[in-house]
Design a protein around this ligand. Structure first.
Ligand code: KG4
Length: 338
């Protein structure tokens, strides 16, 4: 009999549902919340209200697109954390309610594990997946981690940011040059037109495999402050070069640690994941590095870089296969490391 998993993701500002049958993706529906745009960041209370409005139609659409009746589901997987508590509560409560109604188990998924396991989402039987062990550079708005992945439930964080995440570095610097939130995709777009060697920003000297991005942010701000004093139109005239130089520096910081981690672990397969892995420069740099070092690279489809339920469903699928179910008194959690 087929194993059919409904995945539900509601950790931040995207409500998503996906259906996976025997490891193959049948549907992945995402409703993004526009309501936050005018505030320049996610407003938690508005996010949970929007999840409440979206969750029924999103789950319904995912089942319809998959051509699956809810009565044939084997289990419901949901993101239990980390994320915004109010948002997580919506997905968690919905999953519990539906599972009780359908008499199928629930499987809780760590959002970060979901990002790592997004490389196991296959659209057909021929889809290629990484072999264990592999190294995953998880770079998102809230996390920057280097993870040694030995199995779907065996992950070791080798290094992580000690201050800002890579996505925060993009977003905070983008804000000061007048770009809307989230700034990462705007920097990506402008960087394509700019000179990456025009400005030099500070790079951290952190021991081991930990990252730091707050020094870069300060250096970016100081460069602007001094330049704008002399020329009030500086940002307007140099936005593309600023974006390209910022992106180059973030890539250098990320790749520096990735190289070190590969050397240290001896792995032959490298993957990236999380929102920042949608960045064109990061994708190219990782592909180039892996090609030159003879490593196998897994670079996710852009749809699977940001928050999506397909990754929750695949993570839930593996947990389901090993009988790793979740009790009904499980509460969501806001913070956790891999
Ligand atoms: O993984 P994600 O959707 O959210 C978290 O779970 O944190 O990542 C969001 C982050 C934001 O900081 C956003 O600016 C960044 O991913 N991002 C990008 C790009 N697309 C999204 N950063 C750089 N270039 C992009 N193309």
């Amino acid at each position: 009999m087929s194993v059919i998993i409904l995945g539900i993701e509601s950790s931040c500002d995207d409500t998503s549902a996906a259906v996976i049958r025997d490891g193959i993706l049948l549907s992945n529906v995402i409703a993004s919340q526009k309501v936050h745009e005018e505030y320049g960041g996610v407003v938690p209370e508005l996010a949970s209200r929007a999840h409440q409005q979206n969750i029924v139609p999103v789950v319904d659409a995912a089942l319809k697109r998959a051509g699956v009746d809810k009565c044939s589901l084997s289990a419901i997987a949901f993101t239990r954390g980390p994320g915004l508590l109010g948002s997580l509560l919506v997905g968690t409560s919905f999953a519990k309610g539906l599972s009780l109604g359908l008499r199928v188990p629930i499987v809780d998924v760590n959002h970060l594990h979901g990002h790592v396991l997004s490389h196991f989402i296959r659209k057909n039987e021929n889809g290629e997946v990484p072999e264990y062990p592999f190294l995953c550079m998880l770079i998102s708005g809230g996390n920057s981690q280097l993870i040694l992945v030995r199995g779907y439930d065996d992950m070791e964080v080798l290094g992580q940011t000690i201050d800002d995440a890579a996505g925060e570095a993009f977003d905070k610097c983008a804000k000061v040059i007048g770009l809307p939130y989230p700034g990462g995709p705007h920097i990506d777009r402008l960087a394509a037109e700019g000179d990456p060697s025009r400005f030099k920003f500070a790079k951290p000297h952190i021991q081991g495999l930990d990252y730091s991005f707050s020094g870069l942010k300060t250096s970016f701000l100081y460069t602007l402050r001094d330049a704008v004093k002399k020329n009030p139109d500086f940002i307007e005239q140099n936005r593309n070069d600023l974006a390209a130089s910022l992106q180059r520096t973030i890539i250098d910081i990320l790749l520096g640690k990735l190289r070190k981690a590969v050397k240290q672990t001896g792995v032959r397969t490298v993957a990236i994941g999380g929102g920042v892995s949608a960045n064109s420069g990061v994708r190219q740099a990782v592909a180039d590095y892996c090609a030159s070092a003879g490593l196998k690279a897994f670079i996710p489809e852009r749809a699977f870089t940001t928050d999506n339920a397909a990754m929750v469903a695949i993570a839930g699928y593996y947990k389901y296969l090993s009988g790793d179910f979740c009790p009904y008194d499980a509460a969501p959690y806001a913070r956790v490391m891999v």
